[in-house]
Design a protein around this ligand. Sequence first.
Ligand SMILES: NC(=O)c1ccc[n+]([C@@H]2O[C@H](COP(=O)([O-])OP(=O)(O)OC[C@H]3O[C@@H](n4cnc5c(N)ncnc54)[C@H](O)[C@@H]3O)[C@@H](O)[C@H]2O)c1
Ligand SMILES: [Zn+2]
Length: 708
Amino acid sequence: MTTPDAVIVDAVAYAQAIEDAVKASAAYYAGGTSVLDDDAYDRLVRAIAAWEDEHPEQVLPDSPTGKVAGGAVEGDVPHTRAMLSLDNVFSAEEFTAWTASLTRRVGHDVTRFSVEPKLDGLAIAARYTRGRLTRLITRGDGTAGEDVSHAIGTVEGLPDELAEPVTVEVRGEVLMTTAQFEHANEVRTAHGGAPFANPRNAAAGTLRAKDRAYTVPMTFFGYGLLPLDDTGPALAELLEESAHSDLMTRAGAYGVNTTATTAVPGITVSTVEEVLARVAEIAGLRASLPFGIDGIVVKADLAADQRAAGSGSRAPRWATAYKLPAVEKITRLLAVEWNVGRTGIIAPRAVLEPVRIDGSTITYATLHNAADITRRDLRLGDHVMVHRAGDVIPRIEAPVAHLRTGEEQPIVFPEACPRCGSGIDTGEQRWRCVNGRDCHLVASLSYAAGRDQLDIEGLGHTRVVQLVEAGLVTDLAGLFALTRDQLLGLERMGETSTDNLLAALAAAKNQPLSRVLCALGVRGTGRSMSRRIARHFATMDLLRAADAEAIQQVEGIGTEKAPSIVAELAALAPLIDRLVAAGVNMTEPGATPPAPATADGTDATDDGSAPAVADAGPLAGMTVVVTGAMTGALEKLSRNQMNELIERAGGRSSSSVSKKTSLVVAGEGAGSKRTKAESLGVRLAAPDEFAALVADYVDAGPGTEPSA
Ligand SMILES: NC(=O)c1ccc[n+]([C@@H]2O[C@H](COP(=O)([O-])OP(=O)(O)OC[C@H]3O[C@@H](n4cnc5c(N)ncnc54)[C@H](O)[C@@H]3O)[C@@H](O)[C@H]2O)c1
Ligand SMILES: [Zn+2]
């Protein structure tokens, strides 16, 4: 209930709203997919009710308000006693108010409540004659339902024969458990049918379907037991006078399934506080239940109290549904991402148009595997029913196929591992990178060897795969332990390439700390962040000694990122130690280490001496943006190397031009950034001019100190 109700402005909109609601209800109760999720439907009905309050003389006969099933369903088998809906409460306050009105109607405080889960299926009346199940009837409009006796034998928990030869009517909910729902959709799609949107929908559709080529099981939970016309007078009276909880015990003894068999059995309690405690308990178990519930039903347990409270035309006054937040919403599928897990499993993940479900905004949902996508015929742009319960990862239940516009696009499956670029083993339902558990290693080594990190020439992706597959390297440090013989033993590895690779590896050991950090792949720190950290701490030792608070001194690192960087570095400690042992440089040339903190925790520089952070260099205090192609002395530098150069010279590199930019180095072909700099009056420099400005820093290659 986070979205406000729609407001109906005139009679035309009112009539349209009624038509929409009736159509949605008809689909909802018949097992079709409603174009509205429950929240949207409830909001629409509330808007209709609000308009009717203002215009009581214009209420249309089709209006869903005040009717069982919104008046959208009919039936031709009369019920012995009306099968009603339930009124709702949404909070402890509303519930307490409800008990107060119950007290008024009954004439005294109700001191025995029955509390049971509100099962999310559909109501059914099962008639037993001398112990044999003879007829199944849906709720219909409440006074008459539809005969669905064809479903006898497919509903677990509703035995063909009771333990006693009694003539009674059992009422309860038919639903599909999560497992039954998945099975039903498998069978259904195998028969060419469209998958059901959710278990409730599947149960409604399955119960009403006649002459299907297949049957799929459902489950029944009883919550009512009453006499039929030919029930013997003694039993009839007993049933009329029994408390709800006793009727449930009796139903169980007859062999009917009830909530007593679940993790959330119906119980009786005597106070409002106890009811609320049980509500909280059931709500807490909701996500772990093997079937859906959408609330908790609270009933006056004693027959006398129920009689005294009576019933309205739509709902009894002696019971109410304490509704839980909806766990399903309709939203759109925008994209599918493919992520590689620790074991190399490649799993699709749905990117959704953000939608609020049960208090959180959902933007991703699991999609299990590729076959699952195909089976459910999901397409990009589809409206989809998304389910989220508790902390369980949200999942897409099904596309709302009749909302398709024709603009939907097929979902493209990856042809290579999205992490390491190797092949994909599609032999099983769950796709897997051919490198399996080593996928991550291949990817992280390839990344570490990349041009902007350790820049190890000759160590491309294929070579990395080769090294990993041969078992020669198991982590980054292993690269530096490779021997000439080991390399020569590899396929397509001649003397020259071996020596070149060894030389490249030796040179890589002299890369500055910023690049080593980046190569380590510390989560949350890309290239520029690694540079900022390295310049701030100057040495790996000082960085490793820093706590979260100290790391927050680095620009751009906040309270969230800092502890995670500390944790990552701690986890990487053994690897860092091995890199140090292998002789890898762990200092940042040109950076001055921060001054140590004094005993009282303040910076030593607080006494007015020079600030610890190096502010020397020709670019001190400047923010510099590079655009276009570099020429002259800078020609060979990649964009990343240019940024390194700027930072060595005391500046700050940035990729976008703003009023805060101090200087834009505009090379050949510079376009919009140059124009923007001009319009903002930001200083521009040609590559040669800039090269002269930072001349002292240009040649400061890996591991060398600036000549200044
Ligand atoms: N999405 C749509 O288009 C659409 C259309 C119509 C209705 N709806 C939804 O249906 C709901 C209202 O419909 P309703 O009248 O079928 O249900 P309800 O919420 O009014 O509840 C009454 C029903 O609860 C069930 N129930 C479950 N456990 C029970 C228990 N322990 N004791 C007694 N009854 C129990 C019974 O089937 C009973 O008929 C609304 O929440 C609405 O959002 C949605
Ligand atoms: Zn891979």
